[in-house]
Design a protein around this ligand. Structure first.
Ligand SMILES: Cc1cc2nc3c(=O)[nH]c(=O)nc-3n(C[C@H](O)[C@H](O)[C@H](O)COP(=O)(O)OP(=O)(O)OC[C@H]3O[C@@H](n4cnc5c(N)ncnc54)[C@H](O)[C@@H]3O)c2cc1C
Length: 309
């Protein structure tokens, strides 16, 4: 019998499994799908708390995650980059954003209309197609097990371990009856990277973002509350391209190399990270990270490990 079964193999489940293993637990991770079939694989995966409101523990998770990814980038972990980032604000804010305390050196620059301020900082960016397989392999090399398995009920895992982690993303809504969990649909377009290195985010509504990776550039985005539609929409793709090209004209002519849709696991009240006693054992919930699963992953995983052990 494992000490802990982590149900779900997206960034939240994998990171929690890794932290649990580092603390000496016997850990098995159950996941029904390959890494490429997770929402985590769709993410632009830049460090920024999109759609998440301030809570002291969210700030602490974000700060710890920022430090871990900066360290991983320095250590040459595959898929982890750091990009200079320009946030272009439109709301006239003059105070420091709540997340700035977690983001290293943050600078505030004047800018002309329609923007009211530029906020510049360095942000980790993770190429999930490279990083998730690295993380999974690191977990397995450390003695963790990964098993292809879907649950219809969390009790199936509780029958095989005294503690389980519920890291099932959007599926947690039905698995533990949480009415606050809901999808926020995001569509992105990928173009070849023809020489762009700075991330730019225009904080209009919806926000427009351009995140250069090694070989391609992620263009977005959309934030469609309550939509379960996972099919890319051509009109949305055209609108994203138009907005992003207006923001970063150097992208003109860059060939489109892909488009993707993912459903962010958003939760009214913020991410659910807490332990709950069930008749068969302890369930540590770790879901509802919305548009910030990468941003909160390592900090959150530390708390999950503390709750579980
Ligand atoms: C377009 C887009 C852009 C994004 N950009 C960013 C960004 O820049 N920065 C950022 O921080 N975040 C971003 N996000 C958000 C981020 O992708 C999510 O917060 C994160 O992926 C959530 O991770 P997760 O592990 O909870 O969920 P998932 O990745 O969905 O993983 C859930 C896991 O549970 C498994 N599972 C589901 N049902 C069952 C079951 N019945 N039994 C067993 N296992 C099950 C799944 O197979 C999967 O392995 C973005 C999301 C989208 C869609």
């Amino acid at each position: 019998m494992a000490d802990v079964i982590v149900v779900g193999g997206g960034i939240i489940g994998l990171t929690a499994a890794m932290r649990l293993r580092e603390r000496g637990a016997d850990v098995t991770l159950w996941t029904p799908a390959g890494l490429a079939d997770t929402v985590s694989a769709v993410a632009a995966a830049v460090w920024y708390p999109t759609g998440i409101t301030f809570e002291p523990r969210v700030l602490a998770w974000a700060a710890e995650t920022y430090e871990v990814f900066r360290r991983q980038a320095r250590d040459g972990v595959p898929g982890v980059l750091v990009r200079e980032t320009r946030n272009l604000e439109r709301d006239g804010a003059t105070e420091e954003p709540w997340w700035a305390a977690a983001a290293g050196r943050v600078r505030y620059l004047p800018i002309g209309p329609p923007w009211t301020r530029e906020v510049r900082f360095d942000a980790p960016l993770v190429e999930m197609g490279t990083y998730l397989p690295w993380l999974r392999e690191r977990f397995e090399r450390a003695g963790g097990r990964v098993v292809r398995r879907r649950v219809d009920r969390l009790e199936e895992a509780l029958a095989e371990a005294p503690v389980i982690v519920n890291a099932t993303g959007l599926a947690a809504g039905s698995l533990c009856g949480d009415p606050d969990l809901h999808p926020v649909r995001g569509q992105i377009v990928l173009v070849a990277n023809t020489g762009v290195y700075v991330s730019v985010r225009d904080l209009g509504r919806p926000s427009t973002y351009v995140h250069p990776r090694t070989r391609d550039v992620v263009l977005g985005g959309t934030f469609e509350e309550g939509s379960w539609n996972t099919t890319p929409d051509p009109a949305t793709r055209d609108a994203i391209l138009e907005r992003c090209l207006a923001l970063v004209p150097e992208l003109a002519g860059a060939p489109v190399v892909g488009e993707k849709v993912g459903l962010r696991p958003a939760r009214r009240g913020g991410p659910r990270v807490e332990a709950e006693k069930w008749p068969g054992g302890t369930v540590v919930h770790a879901y509802g990270h919305g548009g910030a699963g990468m941003t909160l992953s390592w900090g959150c995983a530390g708390e999950v490990a503390s709750l579980a052990l």
